[in-house]
Design a protein around this ligand. Sequence first.
Ligand SMILES: [Zn+2]
Ligand SMILES: [Zn+2]
Length: 396
Amino acid sequence: MPVLNQMNAMHAAMMDWRHDFHAHPELSLKEMRTSRKVQQLLNSFGVDEVHYGLAGTGVVGVIRGSRPGPAIGLRADMDALPISEATALPYASRNAGVMHACGHDGHTTMLLGAAAYLAGTRDFAGTVYTIFQPAEEDRDGADIMVREGLFEKFPMERIFGLHNWPSHPAGHFFWRNGPIMAAAAHIDITITGKGAHAAHPHQGIDPVLASAHVITALHSLVSRSIDPVDGGVVSVCGIEAGHAYNVIPDAVHLKGSARWFTDEVEKILREGVERVSSQVAGAFGATAEVAFQQTCIATINERGPTALTRTAAEAVVGEAAVHYLEKPSMGAEDFSSMLRQKSGSYIILGAGGEPQVPQLHNPRYDFNDEILPIGAAYWATLAEQVLANQICIRAL
Ligand SMILES: [Zn+2]
Ligand SMILES: [Zn+2]
């Protein structure tokens, strides 16, 4: 029976797991309940080993095939976001202010579905590590798992990741060689002037006016300093200043995000944010203190493993539903920290497609249950194909 049919037979069970994860979302590095449930389910499937504790709540389920061979890793993320859910679903979040608004409840469930199938069939040569990672949204859980010895404890030749995208048609896959997700940095800028009475601005140095010019000038970095064919973003997203109608404050705090793909653009943005902030603030007699903190490196897919993901996706949904992703996303993904160490690839699974479908990180978003069997079948097929025989994987 085709893998997808077997996953369809598990659809109701997968929906139950997903809705339970959704009702009990947990923030980055606090995925205690989620992690416990993942461990319990993996044990109930009869996987060979369940390891717990990498990056705190991380779980690795080990499944050995019926024949010897190399090992691969399949990775899902488990954490939720600090968002108040506005869906009114029967399984809406019961943790106030925390929500699965990125679909990691669905990612975890699809990998569990694959684990259940692979532990039951074992029709592959080698070992599959199912990796359930904490803290994708914040704190770079992938990097923590790697630093705590993921690839030493579980030596593997390849690693694969997946994310749902509600902006793309449900059940369609999108693959890409090279960059697929951007590198990211948090930007913090404190502009300090001299507070004064609003009626006597000449007695102070107005940091609010200086910050307005800094914000405007920061937006010239991408348009004037970066090669127009390269990608780059600088967004100022937060402004904190005074609270009174008649007081010019001492300081203004700005926060925002920068995104890029290449080292060259990173250098331009890192140096540019510092230079523009301090020199523009200086023109007003104010000072600027700048922190440019990289949170993620770019996610770069390798050609060989990407071809494997494409073949697996085509086996599940057919060639017509597997597409080349023309443009990378300026979103960031900490799976990049695993790809930096290990050969692999990251694929997009469409989860919506209609313009009115709420997008990722929206309080009305909900993971599309329709794609649970498709994602699970993709993981299982990828494992069976990549580990079909040892000679094949080594040749690629
Ligand atoms: Zn997210
Ligand atoms: Zn996500």
